[in-house]
Design a protein around this ligand. Sequence first.
Ligand code: UGA
Length: 436
Amino acid sequence: MRLSVIGCGYLGAVHAAAMASIGHEVVGIDVDPRKIASLSKGEAPFFEPGLQEILADGIASGNLRFTTDMSAARGAKVHFVGVGTPQVKDGYAADLTYVNAAVDELLPYLAEGEIVAGKSTVPVGTAAGLAPRVTATGATLVWNPEFLREGWAVQDTIDPDRLVAGVPAGEEGETAASVLREVYHPSVAKGTPFIVTDYATAELVKVAANAFLATKISFINAMAEIAEVTGADVTQLADAIGHDARIGRRFLGAGIGFGGGCLPKDIRAFSARAEELGRGESVAFLRQVDEINLRRRDRAAQLVVEALGGSVFKKNITVLGAAFKPHSDDIRDSPALDVAVRLHGLGAWVTITDPAAIANAQRVHPQLNYVEDRDEALREADAVIVVTEWDEYRRELDPQHAGSLVRGKVVVDGRNCLDAGAWRAADWEYFGMGRP
Ligand code: UGA
C-alpha cells in the first residue's frame, strides 16, 4: 500500500522504515532538511537499535524515501501524522502547533477515500476538532496511537502488543478500520488485538497507558522513600509484590525515576486537559506522581553528598549514564543528566560518560565534563553514581577493576541495578535507592 508519514522524529522515522520493511511503499515527510538528508542516505538521525538496518534496506529496495516536500504525500492511501506534541513553554498543556500545521499542510493533497491516521499523543478531543477539516476533502480521519518504547521502537512497531484505531461512527469508520487492518497485516494475521473504538477512547488509551506506567514507577519510588526511613529494602519489596500477577514486577524499578520525551510531558498534559474538562480532581494524583518522581533526583544527589561525609565540593564524581534510559541517546528530561547537573551545582567536579548520549548531553549542558571511555571516566573518582542502567555498567563493570581506577570506593546505585553484594565484597561502600 502507498503510505505517507508526516513527521520523521523518533515516532515517524521508525514508523516509516517499519512500514516499508513489511512491504509498503512509504514516503516520509519532515520540515527539517537535515533530518531528511540523513534519512535519505539510510542513516538514522538518532540512536535506535535495528533502525539503521531497516532504513538502509528500505532505501535500497526503493520502497522508502524521504522528502521535505508535502506534495509527495499525494496519492498515498494512508497518511500517518507523527509530529511532536511538546509541553507548552508557559504551562502543562500539550502544544498542538505541529499537529495543526501538519494536517493543514496535508489537506490540499488529500483525496476521496484516503485516510489520515493521527499517531501523535494528543489531548482528548483533538481528533474531533480536526475531523471536519479532513472530512471536507473526502478523506477520513482516524486516531491510531503509538505505544512504542524507545530502545525497542522497531520491534514494538513491527510487532506491537495491541493496535488501537479510533474511527468515526458508521460505514466510513468501518472502512477506515479495515484499511488499517491491511496496513498492519502481519500483526493482524498473527492475532494481535486490534481494538476499534471512537476518537476519544483512542486518544485516552494512549495517555491512560502512560499515566498508569508513570504511576507505577512513582508508587514504587514512594515505597522507596518509606523504606529509607524504616530500613526496608524496596527491591525485595518489589520482587515480593511483583509475584502477584495482578501487580506484576515490570515498571516497579525504584531509583531516580522516569524521564524522556513522553511520560513526564504526557502526565502533565493529561492533568491540564482534565482541568479544562472540569475534571482536574480525577487525575489530581498525577501531580503527586510527578512530585515523587522529581524528589528522587534530589534524593540521589543527597545520597552522594551523605556518602562523601556531607559535601561534594571539589570532589570528583563520575556519573555513569546520561540518557534517560539505556539503549537510547535521548536526553529529553533525563533524570540521569539532571542528577549530574545537581551535583555540579553543589560544587562537585562532575565527569559523565554514556555509551550513546554524550553528544546530545554536551549540546545541552556544555558546562559538564564528558569522557567517552568508561574506565577513563572512572579514574580518580571520589564517588561513582550509576544513573542509567546500561549493560556496560550493570553487567560488564567489574567492581574489582573499577576499584583499581578510582580514588574513593563509594558507589551510589541510582537505578538499583548493581549486584550490591559483589560491590561490597570488593570493598566498595554501596548505597542503593530505598535499600539499606
Ligand atoms: C514510554 C512508554 O513506555 C511507551 O509505551 C510509550 O509509547 C512511549 O512512552 C511514548 O509515549 O511514546 P519510553 O519513554 O520510551 O516509553 O520509555 P519507558 O521504557 O517507558 O521508560 C520511561 C522512563 O521510566 C525511563 O526514564 C526509565 O528509566 C523509567 N523507568 C522505567 C523507571 O524508573 N523504572 C521502571 O521500572 C521502568
